[in-house]
Design a protein around this ligand. Structure first.
Ligand code: SF4
Length: 541
């Protein structure tokens, strides 16, 4: 192992407090099964307590027996503001089991003595290991400096029983009725929840599916959640609705068709936005939408522009002037309805008001569907070629539609036992977060902290490092979480002060514990969209 440059670190932290604490204060319990072969090691990183033979991994594939030593097989992920091209991506820690791995490169020095001053490195929970049971301090309690202030970051891989993914799917197509079950490989793993503006919403995973149903339901839920969190594609079916491929940051695929555009707004909004452009080039415009279908001449926007009534009579339930609910059923046709022929939502034309030659545009809220009609002598709409000036407006509707994406937010409850890895008095951590003294991040990504009791956090998986999520067979989800604060605040909330070690030690040796520690560190560049976690206030609700 290369000798590393000393830094000033935190006062009195050159001593390896790690070795002391690992050996005595928090020793390993004897195996539960006294007849366990001595060639095996018992993993106590989660309640499953796998007995692992030499060279094998435990049930979650995250821990292994390496010549009698329990190790965390993945590297711990460290973020850096910038990574030089020549910096090794994977560097072994200075601990005995690490020397036996071939995966890690024997690295040249990958940091320098200015590091702490430069506020350069952040240790994430990804791959950091878990010091179960919860009375043990978190595996990394790292001292560093941010703008000259002594900081502490407590880092762990949380095991979350209470967690779910909230998925936003930018489409107005019908995916399924509200409350309909969402299935993954045949098992119910969530449901359709309340739609939002231009997007359908799913709630996937959660404690009831993980642990409240059959074993298979729990397994499938955990598998789906791990895939979604790790930005992989998953195919789900919705009872009475669509088949859907969801992948964070990618367009949804609904019934085999990749969605392109998110609607510009509801039909009423689209009428309002483009009313001035329509006036003069069309006598009536209907914007077809599963939610509110807009009719320009009746709409307040048309009235303000002095547009003459067209005499159009719409199907559906009139809400307010020029705004109609339920003109058709939900579906994958025009504007999220089930119609293929837009004229099917017109009930008729009022005699004496409608007139031959009236010019009618019907369009969807994305502009993907649009047709141009002129009323004949019998007041029957006849399709005609759309004039260029009208097509320009339809194209502008399309131009104003954002790309359709799947957004996957992790929602986890961190207000339980994992707090004991941070402090001896857990409620003080909760209070300190609510007082904006502690920043909470997930894999370095900003985490929104819900108001009210507990520590309920929400993070966008696209801002987290790849493969941040794992599972254990209890079943539960493994996700990274970090708490960063001033050292003085950490002391005030009853932190495990004796387990603080310097960033230099964290870089050299890794986690404090002997048992189940990661063997290597991996460097990643910080996502440009994320604020640097140190010295930053939490995102409080
Ligand atoms: S499931 Fe994984 S974390 Fe849990 S005991 Fe087994 S190897 Fe350890």
């Amino acid at each position: 192992m290369t000798e590393h440059t000393k830094t000033d670190g935190m006062p009195g932290m050159d001593m390896p407090v790690v070795a002391e604490a690992g050996g005595s204060a928090f020793g390993k319990a004897p195996p539960r099964n006294e007849r366990m072969s001595t060639a095996k090691v018992e993993c106590n990183a989660c309640p499953v307590l796998c007995q692992i033979s030499d060279g094998r991994t435990g049930a979650c594939d995250r821990y292994a027996n390496r010549e009698g030593v329990l190790v965390r097989v993945d590297p711990v992920v460290l973020l850096r503001r910038e990574i030089a091209g020549e910096a090794p991506k994977l560097v072994p820690f200075d601990r005995p089991a690490a020397e036996k791995t071939e995966a890690a490169e024997a690295g040249t020095p990958d940091w320098n003595g200015d590091l702490l001053h430069a506020d350069e490195v952040f240790v994430t929970g990804v791959g950091s290991s878990t010091t179960y049971p919860d009375y043990k301090p978190a595996p990394f309690i790292v001292a560093s400096k941010a703008r000259g202030v002594d900081m502490v970051t407590v880092v762990t891989e949380g095991i979350f029983s209470y967690c779910s993914f909230k998925v936003k799917i930018d489409t107005d197509r019908f995916l399924g009725s509200e409350q309909a079950n969402v299935r993954y490989r045949g098992e119910v793993v969530g449901h359709v929840t309340t739609a939002e503006y231009g997007s359908q919403m799913l709630s996937l995973g959660g404690v009831h599916h993980l642990t409240g149903g059959s074993k298979k339901e729990g397994r499938m839920t955990a598998e789906l959640m791990q895939l979604l969190g790790n930005k992989k594609a998953v195919e789900c079916t919705i009872d009475g609705g669509s088949t859907l491929v969801i992948q964070a940051g990618k367009a949804p695929i609904v019934n085999g068709v990749e969605e392109q555009r998110m609607r510009v707004g509801c039909g009423s909004a689209a009428v309002g936005i483009f009313a001035r452009q329509f006036a003069g080039v069309a006598d009536e415009v209907v914007v077809v939408d599963d939610h509110i279908t807009g009719v320009l001449t009746e709409h307040q926007a048309g009235r303000c522009l002095d547009m003459a009534p067209s005499g159009i009579q719409m199907l559906g339930r009139k809400s307010t002037p020029g705004r109609y609910f339920q003109v058709a059923n939900p579906g994958n046709g025009w504007g999220g309805t089930d119609i293929a022929d837009p004229l099917s939502i017109i009930e008729g034309w009022e005699e004496g008001v409608a007139r031959p030659g009236l010019r009618l545009l019907m369009t969807s809220t994305t502009g993907e569907h649009a047709q141009w009609y002129v009323l004949d002598e019998a007041l029957k709409p006849v399709e005609q070629e759309m004039p260029a000036e009208v097509k320009r407006i339809v194209d502008r509707i399309g131009e104003n539609c954002e790309p359709s994406l799947c957004t996957v937010l992790f929602l986890g409850g961190a207000g339980g036992s994992l707090r004991a890895g941070v402090t001896e008095n857990p409620v003080l951590l909760t209070r300190a977060i609510k007082r904006a003294l502690v920043n909470v991040t997930c894999g370095g990504a900003p985490a929104y902290v819900w108001p009210g009791g507990g520590i309920t956090v929400m993070a966008d998986v696209m801002r987290m490092p790849d493969n941040s999520f794992g599972t254990v067979p209890t079943p539960a989800i493994v996700a990274p979480i970090e708490f960063s604060m001033r050292q003085s605040d950490y002391q005030a909330l009853g932190g495990h002060m004796e387990h603080i070690f310097s960033l230099e030690q964290a870089l050299a040796r890794g986690a404090w514990q002997e048992d189940g520690a990661p063997l290597a560190r991996q460097w990643l560049a910080m996502d440009d969209a994320n604020p640097w976690p140190l010295g930053h206030a939490p995102m409080l609700g």
